[in-house]
Design a protein around this ligand. Structure first.
Ligand SMILES: NC(=O)C1=CN([C@@H]2O[C@H](COP(=O)(O)OP(=O)(O)OC[C@H]3O[C@@H](n4cnc5c(N)ncnc54)[C@H](O)[C@@H]3O)[C@@H](O)[C@H]2O)C=CC1
Ligand SMILES: CC(=O)C(=O)O
Ligand SMILES: [Mg+2]
Length: 473
């Protein structure tokens, strides 16, 4: 099983080439000798003495990029005028914008969309607040709320630094499921204040997607908001991740011919995602889950300062094992990583049971380098977009909110989550199922529709839908 990795970093190098001294062939050789991969060349300006070209080069990391630049700069007749990182370029000015659905071309239009016409619409909603679903953006709009305390695996990097991730989530909501989503990053870490703020902004939204809020605060914040709001509140790192993880696990066990109830599963990283994933796989039928965090195996002999861990020990680790990851993983069928980079070593993988399944889901860098793990595992998945088998909550949140908004559900309950997991898994047919294809691609158009339809049905079945469904796809 060969793993294809796209290069880590893509740079655009603006080069000024002196015609009499150098050729493009020399440029290409200099880049090739350093291991850079040219993926595009554009001519920017042709002059008598100089040609300016933009050369797009894939490199492994920053240091490699610097090596390529140095190699070019050292050649006579080649000048590196500018270096831009394509990832930064797509972020300039942010990734989303608000568009108007109604053209305003004259006074007549203006008086309808704005004052005085708008006043009658406001009064209609005042008389019947449920009309907000017909007459405002509420029915199709989700707030993506973060406090920046657990951004990917980068930790507490603050609300401003969290924005690119939240903009990315909003972009994906729109692109994949036509849901309008706003990134809202809060300058507060106080659960009381976060609950109060989200409650206060809720009238404009049909759902709340909590994102990258650190544990254990995230549990309290979500629970309180669920109780106090009549729109779905969904902590994506918990439930979106758990839904996609279960989908991947259902297909992986089918592939290796094991049963959920016979598995020994190790979950590393007992935070928001790890706890929710544990709950989800237990409710799907797994019996033996062992949690590991910085304090080692989570067991019932300890009283942890993190009360969630004390609670976690009550419903996991049936044999009350103690020790470290090395002890936990011996003979395990499945490793689920939701912690940080480099936690899982080759020796750990070698000590797993036959046909090991490794889901190294920490972002941006997984618990083990996929190239290192690949020779020793049967099924490998990461959370990243540039390897096969991407187990990432992006497979869930667009479709699950599409279904919840369409059925105007009051919440996203366990049945809706389970239905979403089964729907994602079902997109991969038995004929297609393969070590490198246990989970559909984010770009597989069947995913959002399958999840949305399954969620709508589950919402109806469980009595949380407030609306008859019209099919929008
Ligand atoms: N692939 C996906 O869809 C998703 C991936 N993640 C990733 O999972 C990781 C955790 O995310 P959250 O649960 O939201 O964060 P969190 O902050 O709630 O929990 C992380 C947990 O991992 C533990 N941990 C960190 N380093 C560790 C180490 N070296 N050994 C043992 N335990 C360690 C922490 O102590 C903490 O309990 C992040 O890297 C995040 O990017 C999270 C959500 C979705
Ligand atoms: C994917 C995601 O939500 C995370 O890594 O936090
Ligand atoms: Mg997240």
């Amino acid at each position: 099983m060969a793993i294809q990795n796209s290069a880590g970093l893509s740079l655009i190098l603006r080069l000024e080439l002196e015609n009499s001294i150098t050729t493009f062939g020399q440029v290409a050789s200099a880049i090739g000798e350093t291991g850079g991969d040219i993926i595009a060349v554009d001519v920017i300006h042709v002059g008598k003495s100089h040609v300016t070209r933009d050369v797009t080069v894939n490199v492994f990391d920053r240091a490699h990029g610097q090596k390529v630049v140095k190699a070019l700069d050292s050649k006579p007749g080649i000048k590196v005028v500018n270096v831009s990182d394509r990832t930064f370029l797509v972020h300039i000015g942010g990734k989303i914008e608000v568009n108007s659905k109604v053209p305003v071309k004259n006074r007549d239009d203006l008086s309808r969309v704005y004052t005085p016409g708008v006043a009658r619409v406001c009064q209609a909603i005042h008389e019947d607040p449920s009309k907000a679903y017909q007459l405002t953006i509420k029915r199709n709009t989700v707030a993506v709320v973060s406090d920046g305390t657990a951004v990917l695996g980068l930790g507490d990097i603050g609300p401003e630094a969290a924005m690119p991730v939240m903009e990315g989530k909003a972009m994906l909501f729109k692109q994949l499921a036509q849901v309008d989503a706003f990134p809202i990053c809060l300058n507060s870490k106080d659960p009381d204040e976060i609950v109060a703020i989200v409650k206060a902004i809720a009238p404009a939204f049909g759902g709340i997607n909590l994102e990258d809020i650190s544990s254990p605060r995230c549990f309290e914040i979500e629970e309180r908001l669920k109780k106090e709001l009549d729109i779905p509140v969904f902590h994506d790192d918990q439930h979106g991740t758990a839904v996609v993880l279960l989908a991947g696990l259902l297909n992986a066990v089918k592939l290796v011919g094991k049963r959920l109830e016979d598995l020994k599963v190790v979950v590393c990283g007992i935070g928001a995602a790890g706890i929710a994933c544990t709950r989800m796989i237990l409710s799907a039928g797994v019996k033996q889950v062992i949690g590991v965090d910085r304090a080692g195996i989570i067991n019932r002999n300890e009283e942890y300062t993190n009360s969630m861990w004390t609670h976690y020990a009550q419903f996991t680790n049936p044999d009350n094992l103690t020790g470290s990851l090395a002890e936990a993983i011996q003979g395990a069928d499945v490793f689920i990583g939701l912690s940080g980079p480099g936690v899982l070593k080759i020796e750990h993988v070698k000590s797993m049971a036959k046909d090991p399944i490794v889901f190294a889901m920490a972002n941006p860098n997984p618990e083990i380098d996929p190239e290192d793990a690949e020779p020793y595992v049967r099924v490998l998945a990461t959370g990243r977009s540039d390897y096969p088998n991407q187990i990432n909550n992006v497979l869930c949140f667009p479709g699950i909110f599409r279904g919840a908004l369409d059925s105007r559900a009051t919440c996203i309950n366990e049945e809706m989550k389970l239905a979403a997991a089964q729907a994602i898994a079902s997109v991969v047919s038995d004929e297609e199922l393969h070590e490198q294809y246990i989970i559909p691609s984010v770009f597989n158009k069947k995913v959002v529709k399958a999840v949305r339809d399954a969620v709508v049905k589950a919402a109806n079945r469980t009595g949380v839908a407030r609306k008859e469904i019209r099919n929008i796809f």
